[in-house]
Write a protein that binds this ligand. Structure first.
Ligand code: ZN
Length: 204
């Protein structure tokens, strides 16, 4: 299989992202402010509908996740792990931001994935209305399709403003999701190594 084949496969994983009608979003945000009892024409809010529409439009049109792999046959079987990837998404139940800290690992075959591509995949999958559980599985799907191996693991720690902004002391709530396939699912030593590294910077 060539790098080109690998690079184009993730795009086939999902339907095209929705197109944002920016002008309509702008007028609806003005209407929303009006419905919330605000005057959308007052000085502080006058530019807000346009700013919100422009931001939503760009946030919901993230860059592609396609990634090129490099031949590196001497690394077969060595775990490659990238952590510290932090992306923002929007919770689809409340339309509030969630911060997702991602650690992902795989066991290379004959090719390795460019390290910066982990972040690109995470950003691509985060740029839509999401839930953390689905985000984690989609990052895993993209990794499997890109590296051409089932031996992958994804660990995500999420802080959800829909939890943090409500109730008392909920700002410390964190949600953890873990998706392991292939040898990360069947080899307890490898799974433990992944978790130890993936959670080493975890806030106490
Ligand atoms: Zn929510």
């Amino acid at each position: 299989m060539t790098s080109t084949d690998l690079a184009t496969r993730p795009a086939a994983l999902e339907a095209a992202l929705p197109r944002v009608d920016t002008a309509r979003v702008e007028s609806l945000v003005a209407e929303l402010l009006d419905a919330l009892g605000e005057d959308p024409t007052r000085e502080g809010l006058a530019g807000t509908p346009k700013r919100v529409a422009t931001w939503l439009s760009s946030f919901l049109s993230p860059g592609p996740a396609d990634a090129v792999c490099f031949p590196e046959p001497r690394l077969v079987g060595q775990m490659v792990l990238v952590d510290g990837v932090s992306v923002w998404s929007l919770c689809e139940h409340h339309l509030l931001p969630m911060n997702l800290k991602v650690a992902a690992a795989y066991l290379p075959g004959e090719e390795v994935l460019g390290l910066s591509k982990f972040g690109r995949i995470a950003q691509h999958v985060a740029g839509r209305f999401q839930v953390q559980e689905r985000f984690t599985g989609q990052v895993a799907d993209h990794l499997v399709a890109t590296v051409g191996s089932q031996d992958i693991a994804v660990h995500v720690e999420g802080q959800h403003l829909c939890m943090s902004m409500r109730g008392v002391r909920m700002e410390d709530a964190r949600t953890t999701t873990l998706h392991a396939r292939g040898r990360f699912e069947t080899d307890p030593v490898l799974a433990q190594q992944f978790l130890t590294i993936a959670t080493r910077y975890r806030a106490a």
